[in-house]
Every structure is written in structure tokens, then in C-alpha cells.
Ligand binder design. Structure first.
Ligand code: HPA
Length: 276
């Protein structure tokens, strides 16, 4: 089996046949959050399944495209469609595109913007709110860094005292205030899924210090931190997960709330890219 480094090299070689672009900003678009894609002036779009070693998306609502272009005048690379642990991929596979994006032996990305759909457990939160992720808890029961460490990528034991850049959080808050968009701040907990949580689980997750829960983002964040990137994470709160008043929720409702809130997120993301 070839090493992770060799796999990245082969992916890059293929990408480099199509574009020489060196984007400094990477974007991962979560469930129902594809609207930003329309704002990107596209240079080239590659399907995941044509890029060597890229996992292939199994979820139909995720398109699986790597988009190179400019957003607000800046060069960006965006993942339309991401991979989840619950789909059966290893976390190494889930985070492979982040390694390819990175400036260390990758495309040159220094700043990674991640979005997701999440369940809100903080009673101050409402459906459709945006939450800037200030910190996270990894409850996926595994870690993308398990296995041999390539010291050229990053340290064996990466520091996690600031997994989400304080500077980027401040910038996002300033931009949101100017645009009169309400944003919450909070701790995100990642679970395996694919089922949503029981009342007892929501109670537990809130009690251990999480404000929102989802099935993504944390693995990508860990690998981005490992590679020395600055990360901003924004959740759209798609359902209210208050144990005492919990109502059934369907994935269609979750996607519909995400779609409704998405223009707010797109506006903030675009302005952040502009001001970076
Ligand atoms: N739990 C886990 N993931 C989610 C949820 C949830 O309640 N809502 C949106 N993504």
C-alpha cells in the first residue's frame, strides 16, 4: 500500500494537470449549504471520482465536486460535498481532501472555512440561527491522526488550545454585526451518527458542555490544525434539541432549515473571504 504522502502527490499531480492555481482559502460546504457555490467564479470543476485517491460520495444530496475559482476577488478551492464517518469511510479518507488542500505539500491553503448543519442544545438557540464554533468535543470514538505520523505534515501530538482561530471568529462577528445578522457562539460536539440523538443523549451532550451537535467538521478541523491551517467553523442550527420538549424531526426538515438560513451564511462567508 502506498503512503499517505504518495497518495496526496498523485492527487495533486492530477489536479495540477488541470489548474496551476494556488488558492489560499479552502471552503467545505455542508448539508444544504451549497449556495456559496453559485457565488464562485469558476475556473475549473473536478468531480471527486476523477481525482486519484479521493473518496467517492455516497450521499445523494452531496454532489462531490472540487471547485477552483475566485470568490470576492480571492482564489478559493471549495469542496461541494463532504464525507462522513457514518458513510463507512475511515477518518483518514474523510479528511484526505483537507490534506490535499493544505499548503504543506498540497494546494497552498492557509485558511479553511467549514460549514455544517447541527442540532442546537443551548436553550438560547433557535432553528435557523448561525453559530460560530469556538471549540469542539470529539465524540466520534476515533481520530484521523491515528496511525504513523508524517512529521513533515505536523506534530505527533498537535496542540488544540485554539482549534478555531480567535481572529477569524472576531472577524466573523464584526461582519455579522455590520450585516445585522445574529450569530451565536458555542461548542460543537461531533458524534458518529447516522441516527439523531435520544433525549438522554442530548441531555448528556449539553451537560458535558456542548451547545450544538453534528456528524462532521471535527475530523476536518483536527487534520487542518495538524497541517497548521487557521480554521473558522460555522454551524446552521437546523433543529432544536431540548430534551424536555423534543419533537420528531426529519432530514428533509433539517435540509429545508439549512437552505432557508443559507443566504445569511453565504453573505458572511463571502465577506470573510473578501476581508482575509
Ligand atoms: N444531531 C446530529 N446531527 C445533526 C443534528 C442532530 O440533532 N441536526 C443536524 N445535524
Amino acid at each position: 500500500m502506498i503512503s499517505l504522502r504518495e497518495q496526496i502527490d498523485e492527487s495533486l499531480k492530477y489536479i495540477r494537470k488541470h489548474t496551476k492555481m494556488m488558492p489560499e482559502i479552502g471552503i467545505i460546504l455542508g448539508t444544504g449549504l451549497g449556495g456559496l457555490v453559485k457565488e464562485i467564479r469558476k475556473e475549473i470543476v473536478l468531480d471527486y471520482d476523477e481525482i486519484p485517491h479521493f473518496p467517492i460520495s455516497t450521499v445523494e444530496s452531496h454532489h462531490g465536486k472540487l471547485i477552483f475559482g475566485t470568490l470576492a476577488g480571492k482564489k478559493v478551492v471549495a469542496m461541494q460535498g463532504r464525507f462522513h464517518y457514518y458513510e463507512g469511510y475511515s477518518l483518514q479518507q474523510v479528511t484526505f481532501p483537507v490534506r490535499v488542500m493544505s499548503r504543506r505539500f498540497g494546494l497552498g491553503v492557509k485558511t479553511l472555512l467549514i460549514s455544517n448543519a447541527a442540532g442546537g442544545m443551548n436553550p438560547q438557540f433557535h432553528r435557523g440561527d448561525l453559530m460560530l464554533i469556538t471549540d469542539h468535543i470529539n465524540l466520534q470514538g476515533t481520530n484521523p491522526l491515528i496511525g504513523p505520523n508524517d512529521d513533515d505534515f505536523g506534530p505527533r501530538f498537535p496542540d488544540m488550545s485554539e482549534p478555531y482561530s480567535k481572529k477569524l471568529i472576531k472577524l466573523a462577528e464584526k461582519i455579522a454585526a455590520e450585516a445585522k445578522i445574529k450569530v451565536q457562539r458555542g461548542v460543537f460536539v461531533a458524534v458518529q451518527g447516522p441516527n439523531l440523538e435520544t433525549r438522554a443523549e442530548y441531555r448528556f451532550l449539553h451537560n458535558i458542555g456542548a451547545d450544538a451537535v453534528g456528524m462532521s467538521t471535527v475530523p476536518e478541523n483536527i487534520v487542518a490544525v495538524h497541517m497548521g491551517m487557521n480554521v473558522l467553523g460555522i454551524s446552521i442550527i437546523t433543529d432544536e434539541c431540548f430534551p424536555d420538549t423534543l419533537k420528531p424531526v426529519s432530514v428533509d426538515e433539517i435540509i429545508s432549515v439549512a437552505n432557508k438560513a443559507e443566504p445569511k451564511l453565504t453573505k458572511i462567508m463571502k465577506e470573510i473571504v473578501k476581508q482575509l
